[in-house]
Design a protein. Structure first.
Lengths: 583, 583
């Protein structure tokens, strides 16, 4: 297995055998460790001293179900701290099968380049091809050209114009199952880091790839079967279950009912138009328009859950695939917009330009809250996304993200932590997720410690969402540690539903890991591996200048009661500081 | 003497006798202490929990020469840390004479208001008058209306549109000797804080004011005479001396010669057009256009130095008064512009809209460096200032200041520290001022520890500007401490030239203070008072989340050699951390 190091300054590429200390790491564990080991925490995120690391998970490229994820790590231009963002795509198992444990991008090129990686004699081979012709353009136009140039069997990762422009709101895109540019490692401006290096695409040709080494096939297969069974059995993840039927947008009605669906830039926890944009509405609208029930599809090979929807237009054409809960909310409820077709169009535009849908939607919400546009003005919002894609001065401003747009308009209502926009769970109404938003190393991020499971879904036990108690700190930390492990494994975070509720699922998860790596970790030891990753990320952030003062929710949430429960954020500094204090 | 507390939330005002612990403080010492005592360092700068404090210096309102300064303090929306910015104006001695030791603005009003302060029975009396009619307009149009409304003998402080818009680049203006809105507490976004509270103007009617108490008239007069004699004697400050003849722009040629005049957004230390925009050129151009030698005038009553120039147009009309060195540089050399009339026009526009000229010029320089405009495009730069004044989306972006514009354009060349734009001394070419920029509590600020005196001007000894040595840390700290004292005294910082070189001038300074306050401090003890102020400011910043990582120059200055000396910033973390480490 290899560490591939591409130096954009002289367009060279080096292979090195994976050193022993990285052997048992993967995904987020590996990207965060390499960033911690090699990047000066005080460097400029878009300067030559930042690095961009791609690492498939420990299990990625194996037959473990729902494990086709790749992590991207760097110092974030959005938060100024460490960043890991991951995506599911066929790109992920293929880089793993090529024997590449991590791909590290260094330096800074003139112009834009495609890094082409193929295999010869079981080893990765790199070449650089000029990519200037693809810049400044819509990714849906460019992607087919890249496949044409490099062959239909390749896998493509890249950036849109937002990454070229250096926006803190820019992701890295990976192909979906139909080779479209729609699967994003979206958060934290990873696209801008890739753009700053002069790297437009990474093309993989996995023909002849040796595949992933598995130390103990028997153990691995036992574990994978338990995982598969658990996923097939749990109501949320099974075929024609919650996610397969309604997609992640199944949460719209749930969160709205709970009064925790942030509406009109976090002015309410309930949106009167929720039912019109909910997962149920998408399913029923598709059924009416297409004349049949359409269940969701997979974002990547080997997924059982298959939660990706497609929103079809009246004429049967696709508007966007997929519209996730977060995007549906950020560009919908959060902007007071209840027109599903227009929300889907906005998702398409974000994909076309390489924007993170969460950051983009929250940014537009803040712009509306600041008076630039009326809430509910879907066409106006579409216009703002076009500005962002073109890089006009207004687009540049919006591309900075929600925190900076609030700053530009002198608006103290900035729903962000560490400069990153909050996702679709109102922290005033869900106290555990508030702790996660405030304390995670990533900036406001629901995926970093998804306490929503017990607080809203009755998964992994139950916890009263409105109750302020020190136990919320423990709950969040437990989720943050386990998440760091899942993000390292290559599994989609959605396996959490099954492994939280089904003991054999969790056992299987640990057996998969031990089987691949040849280790003999207990469950607790594996979770401790997650804790180690958090410690490293936290240490990076501290050296970058973060303190406990950065682990806070915005002040306006402590002042302004949120309807319908009329709650403010009441988390004490003591509670918040206890999360990493006890790590 | 009174602490006046205006609550904008209910438009009420309260008087309180000055508490003992504030009695011997003034100016920056008092604003920073009140902010430290009363403001949550983690509050939002534009939220209801920030406060805005005005405090005249200890000596302001007395006959001490060149002492008519007022400090403004708050948590800064530009840096996120504590901020003190001061200005010279007739407003300053009059608030002091009214017995107001500090005016504290709290809360948040609906709409915009004028706070009118007058005297009855020797006590301040406050009323609030609606000011919405003055908003959204050019200050040069509005100021005469305010004087008309409140009487020609009042003094007026206020904000321009930039403060209404909440720009981090917005100052608070005070009248000059011709009642024009041109004397600014410019830095750090203090205007936005005033705007966020709904306060547009503060009008003083000092008729019947009791005047400033002086504990020991004899001692005070002895000190003031020594100070006066020193100022009259020193080449820099005496009548028809350097500042009175050429103004602060006398530094253009000096810094250019030394290779330390930041040119084209800090790409060089030398500007080929320097001679055309230097103080000497202003003097000669005025002479040619007006047919006589014109020496400079005073910004405020009782000033001996009289360093404020006027730039006259060919037809004899005024383009701007005054064009300071910092403005001349930021909007001139820093933007590659050598047209003095257009630079003066830009200064006029900054005054009209309430913008800090340093932040505005560095911001335009960064925009040019990022490709928005060509270097040298004076008309384009004027257009950008108009956008800022009008609050267009582009103007909003530019109003955020240089650091954020660099971020919006993905440009790692951001010449800022703690988010505040660097002034007119290239830190790579002048190592002592680099230490001050990096470490002062204020963000990049030459006035916080003006080591330029020994490094460039041979004042207060000499220090090789290009030599990297630990002694630069001591030099900067010594200047920072003394500056905190001068900023508290109400004296203009330019007395430093005379008190550094003339021992009796320094003695006089201390005697003035002891005379007014009835204290018996030695010089060392007085400087220790300055050190105390720094400690308080630093402690506030630490609670706000600042660490040593914030005491750094931008990375690009460590990478990119600066012509003509081809030097990079070579200040070690150890050197920088020793400054406040030893405090």
């Amino acid at each position: 297995m290899w560490i591939v190091r591409a130096n954009m300054s002289d367009l060279s590429c080096k292979l090195k055998e994976v050193p022993e200390q990285y052997r048992t790491l993967g995904g987020r564990g590996l990207t965060s460790t390499i960033i911690y080991d090699e990047v000066d925490p005080q460097c400029h995120p878009l300067g030559p001293n930042n690095k961009l690391v791609f690492a498939p998970g420990m299990l990625t490229g194996t037959s473990a179900p729902t494990s086709a994820r790749v992590s991207v790590g760097c110092k974030s231009p959005l938060t100024g701290g460490i960043k890991e963002s991951n995506a599911g795509s066929a790109w992920a198992p293929n880089i793993a099968k090529m024997g590449i444990k991590a791909l590290i991008i260094e330096g800074k090129a003139d112009g834009y380049w495609t890094l082409h990686l193929s295999c010869a004699d079981g080893k990765p081979v790199a070449k650089f091809v000029a990519a200037d012709e693809y810049t400044g353009r819509c990714l849906f136009d460019v992607y087919p050209e890249v496949f044409k140039a490099f062959g239909e069997k390749v896998d493509v990762a890249g950036i849109g114009t937002s990454g070229e422009f250096g926006y803190p709101d820019s992701g890295i895109v990976f192909q979906d199952m139909k080779k479209r540019p729609t699967r994003y490692a979206g958060r934290g401006g990873v696209g801008a880091v890739m753009g700053s290096k002069g790297l437009k695409f990474i093309v993989l040709d996995a023909a002849g790839a040796p595949g992933v080494d598995i130390a103990d096939e028997e153990l691995f297969k036992t574990g994978a079967k338990k995982m598969r069974d658990a996923l097939m059995q749990h109501d949320v993840t099974k075929p024609k279950g919650g996610l397969n039927t309604y997609g992640t947008c199944v949460l719209i009605n749930v969160m709205n009912e709970a009064g925790g669906l942030p509406t009109r830039s976090f002015r309410s926890g309930r949106f009167e138009g929720a039912a019109k944009i909910a997962g149920e509405a998408i399913f029923e609208t598709n059924k009416a328009r297409m004349g049949k029930e359409i269940y969701n599809h997979n974002c990547s090979p080997g997924c059982i859950i298959r939660c990706s929807n497609t929103v079809y237009a009246k004429d049967g054409s696709e508007i966007a695939s997929c519209v996730e809960y977060e995007s549906d909310w950020s560009l919908g409820a959060n902007c007071g917009i209840d027109d599903l077709d227009k929300i889907a169009k906005m998702v398409h535009l974000c994909n076309a330009y390489g924007l993170d849908t969460i950051e983009a939607g929250v940014t537009i919400g803040v712009a509306m809250d600041s008076g630039l546009l009326e809430f509910g003005d879907a066409d106006g919002a579409i216009g703002l996304l076009e500005e962002m894609g073109k890089g006009t001065p207004l687009g540049r401003l919006l591309g900075m993200g929600a925190a900076d747009v609030a700053k530009a308009f002198g608006n103290p209502r900035s729903p962000t932590v560490k400069g990153q926009a909050m996702p679709a769970y109102e922290p005033r109404a869900v106290k555990g997720i508030a702790v996660t938003y405030a304390t995670t190393t990533m900036g406001a991020d629901h995926t970093a410690g998804y306490t929503i499971a017990p607080e809203m879904l009755g998964v992994g036990g139950t916890s009263d969402p409105l109750k302020v108690e020190m136990a919320k700190a423990d709950l969040s930390l437990a989720f943050q540690k386990t998440t760091a492990l899942i993000d390292s494994s290559g599994h989609c975070l959605f396996i959490a539903f099954a492994i939280l509720d089904i003991a054999s699922g969790f056992d299987g998860f640990i057996e998969e890991i031990n089987g691949v790596l040849g280790t003999s970790m207990t469950g607790d030891e594996a979770v401790e591996l997650g804790a180690d990753i958090l410690r490293r990320e936290r240490a990076f952030n501290e050296k970058a200048g973060f303190t406990n003062a950065d682990d806070r929710l915005p002040e306006f949430m402590a002042i302004e009661p949120l309807p319908p429960h009329n709650v403010v954020s009441e988390l004490s500094d003591e509670l918040l500081d206890s999360v990493y204090g006890q790590l």
